[in-house]
Ligand binder design. Structure first.
Ligand code: TYC
Length: 104
């Protein structure tokens, strides 16, 4: 909004600081276990995290070696939906695969 000071000079307010913060983002991880087949994990990463086969294989191998690997970063509701879909798919297939989210 423009106003005038005592000399009649037009004062223009500086653009207001952005009032809305960007939403917090969440990293989605797969955890290693001794039973879920490698091929199943690769397929999960391709299907739910939109990775190509090579990238999915690299992520799966990282999880296998290090115990944990990041599959993607999303706003909270999307991350939470991905975790639920992965867990549901894994349980239906009879695998103990674990999937978790952490604020980035
Ligand atoms: N460790 C599993 C195996 O040797 C493979 C595996 C990889 C399981 C990644 C889970 O998130 C996982 N069959």
């Amino acid at each position: 909004m423009a106003t005038k000071d005592e000399n009649g000079t037009v004062l223009v307010r500086k653009e207001q600081k952005q009032a809305v913060k960007p939403p917090p983002m969440y990293q989605v991880f797969l955890l290693n276990d001794d039973y879920t087949p490698m091929e199943f994990v690769v397929a999960i990463i391709q299907e739910y995290f939109s990775k190509d086969r090579e990238t999915a294989t690299q992520i799966m191998l990282k999880v296998h070696r290090d115990g944990k690997g990041m599959c993607g970063v999303y706003p909270k509701d999307i991350a939470s939906t991905k975790v639920e879909l992965v867990l549901t798919h894994a349980r239906k297939a009879g695998h103990p695969l674990q999937c978790v989210m952490e604020e980035a």
